[in-house]
Design a protein around this ligand. Structure first.
Ligand code: PLP
Length: 481
């Protein structure tokens, strides 16, 4: 119980408050004048006022002596302003081991794509202008040629992401009518994208056929009626149905749909424009194969295995794409010139598949040799050991990276990581590792790892700026260095 008499607390805090400088005085401190020069008088005044008001409230409540000297006030204001003006969207070090991490922005772009974004951001561009006729153009035509060339499609379109591509396809081809999907393919991706919900949002009625593990040709044949507008096959990207299973392949399903005069669409999810098996990676279905198997529409993401910007790519028959382009949702889901610039540059790299692993960061990181990652981890371990201090043990060893974004969920890539464990046993070790993870996230360039099996694991497969990573480690403030 407190024994401090109320009287003296109030008197103490009043004396305190008398020493708190006014906003005007603070604004004339030389260090604060420099802040004003950089950030403007109005902003700095507002921040100074808010900070002093917080301090006044705290002094009243606590009644303890605080340093209100010029150096402390100016320093605290500078720190406050630095944190208020730091960009909300910042680069981070992804050492989670997941290469295409949705929460961390998925694919890092190729330099060619980055340059083209900067170029088109700086100046006007022929986004919707036909330079030959001088008439209004269609932004899809900018990448349609390349997409058709690479996939063998007759026509192509681009929207904001693949979820939008599926939504638009269903809305344009099947609104107020029925879409047939196998029960084994009623996917949910990242929580908010559920096939049944997408159907509802697009105004179509979902007709489920087959069972979770087995769907047969007759299931589709029997479900097709006069109300059927579309047969849809969705790639089960983030899970695998194994054991006693059966699915109808694309060629057969295309034939069933076409016999009934109904279009057939495939949502590939990731899709990859080249056979990844050629680079020693697990195989992912290609849009060009789905089209060759008879699909009228194929949708896939721009920022998964393709390694480009966030986008939803729609390729297929001229007739289907004409309907898709005409739908009002197309306008609502369209992409910016920045996306188109990056996408065109990324797609162009696919014209030279033999150089792809060298020029496309996503592929380069996916095929990065384990020996190279191990050498990197071994160089990082001593620097990390110094930075985290005596209370942790740091070792390196094998780990498994993941492709991420629901691509090839069962496939892992052999990698090498740094394991940080608590030195003194298990007691409270979970909480201490969480604390360490929080400190790593608080660094100027936040570092993201993962906690598993009693260790904080940092997988440097995707680390490209080793110098920058090591340079900021002493700021962790835990170790001896
Ligand atoms: C990832 C994925 C989507 C959603 O794609 P976004 O580009 O993230 O919108 C849709 N369908 C499948 C099968 C997917 O794997």
């Amino acid at each position: 119980m407190s024994t401090l008499p109320l009287e003296s607390t109030v008197r103490g805090s009043k004396a305190q408050l008398a020493r708190l400088p006014s906003v005007d005085r603070v604004l004339n401190f030389p260090a604060v004048l420099r802040l004003v020069e950089r950030h403007g008088r109005a902003f700095v005044t507002g921040e100074a006022r808010a900070m002093l008001s917080d301090w006044r409230a705290r002094a009243l409540a606590a009644g303890t002596a605080e340093d209100f000297g010029e150096a402390r006030v100016a320093g605290a204001l500078a720190t406050r302003i630095a944190s208020r003006t730091a960009p909300a969207l910042r680069p981070v070090f992804n050492l989670t081991g997941t290469v295409l991490h949705t929460n961390l922005g998925r694919a890092p772009l190729a330099e060619e794509a980055i340059e083209r974004i900067a170029q088109s951001a700086r100046a006007p561009a022929n986004l919707e202008l036909d330079l030959e006729t001088g008439e209004r153009g269609e932004r899809d035509t900018l990448i349609e040629g390349l997409l058709c060339e690479l996939t063998g499609a007759e026509a192509a379109s681009v929207v904001n992401n693949n979820a939008a591509a599926v939504l638009l396809t269903v809305a344009a081809l099947a609104a107020k009518r029925e879409v047939i999907v196998s029960r084994g393919e009623l996917i949910e991706i990242g929580g908010a994208f559920r096939m049944p919900d997408v159907m509802k949002s697009a105004g179509a009625k979902l007709i489920e056929v087959g069972t979770t593990n087995r769907t047969h040709p007759r299931d589709y044949v029997e479900a097709i009626t006069r109300r059927t507008a579309l047969v849809l096959k969705a790639h089960t990207s983030n899970y695998v149905v194994r054991g006693f299973t059966a699915a109808v392949d694309e060629t057969e399903l295309a034939a069933i749909a076409h016999r009934a005069g109904v279009p057939f669409a495939v949502d590939l999810g990731s899709g990859s424009l080249v056979d990844l098996a050629a680079c020693g990676l697990p195989r992912e279905p290609l849009p060009q194969e789905a089209l060759a198997h008879g699909a009228d529409v194929v949708t896939f993401s721009g920022d998964k295995l393709l390694g480009g910007p966030q986008a939803g790519l729609i390729v297929g028959s001229r007739a289907s794409l004409a309907k898709i382009r005409k739908h009002p949702l197309k306008r609502a889901l369209r992409v910016s010139k920045l996306t188109l610039a990056a996408l065109e540059a990324t797609l162009a790299l696919y014209r030279e598949p033999e150089r792809l692993a060298e020029r496309l960061p996503t592929l380069r990181l996916l095929v990065r040799p384990q020996s190279e990652i191990a050498a990197l981890a071994k160089r990082l371990a001593p620097a990390l050991a110094r930075a985290v201090g005596e209370r942790f043990v740091v070792e390196d060893g094998t780990v498994q990276s993941q492709i991420g974004s629901g691509s090839l969920p069962e496939e892992v890539l052999p990698s090498w990581g740094v394991f940080i464990r608590c030195r003194d046993g298990d007691k409270g070790s979970g909480r201490r590792l969480q604390g360490l993870a929080a400190s790593l996230r608080a660094l100027p360039t936040p570092v993201l790892g993962r906690i598993a099996d009693g260790a904080l694991i940092l997988d440097p497969r995707t680390l490209t700026d080793e110098t920058g990573f090591v340079a900021q480690l002493p700021k962790l403030g835990l170790g001896s260095a």
